[in-house]
Design a protein around this ligand. Structure first.
Ligand code: SAH
Ligand code: SF4
Length: 405
């Protein structure tokens, strides 16, 4: 049959795959390295940008290959601290979100791993969407490349805490992280990359066995199976005791310290008894705890006020691990933890305005805000530890327990 010739989707190729493809065209391997540099570290979205490639080679590329990218639909900046929520459209029309969180000492991108999520946590807007499909590894990577292109700022930290459960899309996530970490890729250090799981044990075991160097976060959120199953149905399959056993196995290797995320819901999991149970569960485990006051999303839960959060912090003080309260930023634009719901028909927030043109003002405004915040931070913030997630932010003076990370 004589259909149109399918062009090679270059971003779907690994570095080795790209080299094989280029040499298959009869070109020298160094051409592949040039091309890779354009596609990944430089984030080119067209062959015409690749000015140091010969005109002839570019013409061959145009004929045989294509550069697909996520299309930016919108970029909404939060009024409470500069987080930017990006809504992207995949080539098949599915929509996903990423969040850029600039801080004085780091620039974090929170990336999505799936379109929606099938795990249905009762408090999470992404869970409400249900699962559409896994993202391909290039779609995970392209979120970071796209954020860099749009903001003009090179990300320093990655958290896989956007839409989806990364351990249910294990291979694609690990492939994407490998390129982010690759010195010839985005060159982001492995300790600056964090994967967050709701507790999918087979993925956790694989992550442990394969000795993946990235940091691990586990969303615990409840300390009894009854409550955890109610708010996180994944707990039925992977209950707390089994999850903790898997985490302990992970933590056995030196230098591994898991971060537990604990979303605080007023009157549900923030009692003294909950604190005591949490202490018992985590005793002796090298870990950190991120307390995340619930961000209004779905499920009608209550966000605890500062007093309740302080009280809970006091109760878990005996834990000799760093505890950080993450008051999420970006809630006003639906970019805080658990609020990402850009892909499906059941949006919880109205669809943002379409804006196709590159948002030049975004760049300069971000730069201005970052400057202002660095000054603020210099006077008011001493702590500069631990990772951030979603559109998380740390309030000064909210730490208890042992040393910095
Ligand atoms: N699926 C993975 C990663 C994405 S969710 C996971 O569950 O870990 C990222 C984090 O957001 C998790 O710790 C989750 O517990 C938290 N989260 C979800 N909904 C939230 C909400 N409404 N308020 C605060 N945190 C929320
Ligand atoms: Fe999925 Fe994580 Fe949301 Fe649960 S909290 S529904 S696992 S994205």
């Amino acid at each position: 049959m004589n259909g149109p010739v399918e062009k090679t989707h270059l971003k779907a190729l690994s570095r080795a795959g790209l080299e094989a493809w280029v040499t298959g065209l009869g070109e020298k391997p160094y051409r592949a390295r040039q091309l890779w540099k354009w596609l990944v570290p430089r984030g080119a979205s067209s062959f015409s940008e690749m000015t140091d490639l010969s005109r002839e080679f570019r013409a061959r590329l145009e004929a045989a290959a294509e550069i697909r990218s996520l299309r930016r639909v919108s970029a909404d900046r939060s009024g409470d601290g500069g987080a930017v929520k990006f809504l992207w459209e995949c080539p098949d029309g599915n929509r996903i979100e990423s969040v850029f969180i600039p801080e004085a000492d780091r620039r974090t991108v929170c990336v999505s791993s799936q379109v929606g999520c099938g795990l249905g946590c009762a408090f999470c807007a992404t869970g409400r969407l249900g699962f559409s499909r896994n993202l391909e590894s290039w779609e995970i990577l392209d979120q970071v490349i796209g954020v860099r292109r749009e903001t003009g700022e090179a990300p320093t930290n990655i958290v896989v805490m956007g839409m989806g459960e990364p351990f249910l899309n294990y291979d694609a996530v690990m492939d994407a992280l490998a390129v982010m970490n690759d010195p010839e890729g985005l060159a982001i250090g492995h300790r600056k990359i964090t994967v967050s799981t709701s507790g999918v044990i087979p993925g956790l075991l694989r992550f442990t066995e394969e000795n993946r160097p990235y940091k691990l976060a586990v969303s615990l959120n409840a300390v009894t199976d009854v409550l955890r199953t109610r708010i996180m149905p994944v707990n039925r399959k992977y209950p707390i005791a089994a999850l903790m056993e898997a985490v302990r196995a992970y933590s056995r290797a030196p230098g591994r310290r898991v971060t537990f995320e604990y979303v605080l819901f007023a009157g549900l999991n923030d009692s003294r008894e909950d604190a005591a149970r949490l202490l018992a569960l985590l005793r002796g485990l090298p870990c950190k705890v991120n307390l995340i006051p619930y961000n209004p999303a779905v499920g009608g839960f209550q966000r605890p006020d500062e007093g309740r959060v302080e009280r809970f912090l006091e109760w878990i003080k005996p834990l000799r691990s760093p505890v950080i309260v993450r008051w999420s930023r970006g809630a006003d634009i639906g970019a805080a933890c658990g609020q990402l719901a850009g892909s499906g028909p059941e949006r919880v927030d109205p669809p943002p305005m379409e804006s196709e043109a590159p948002d030049i003002s975004l760049r300069s405004d971000l730069a201005r805000r970052r400057g202002a915040r660095s000054q603020e931070a210099a006077v008011s913030r001493k702590a500069s530890s631990a990772e951030t997630g979603g559109a998380g932010s740390r309030k000064p003076g909210k730490r208890t327990g042992g040393g910095a990370s």
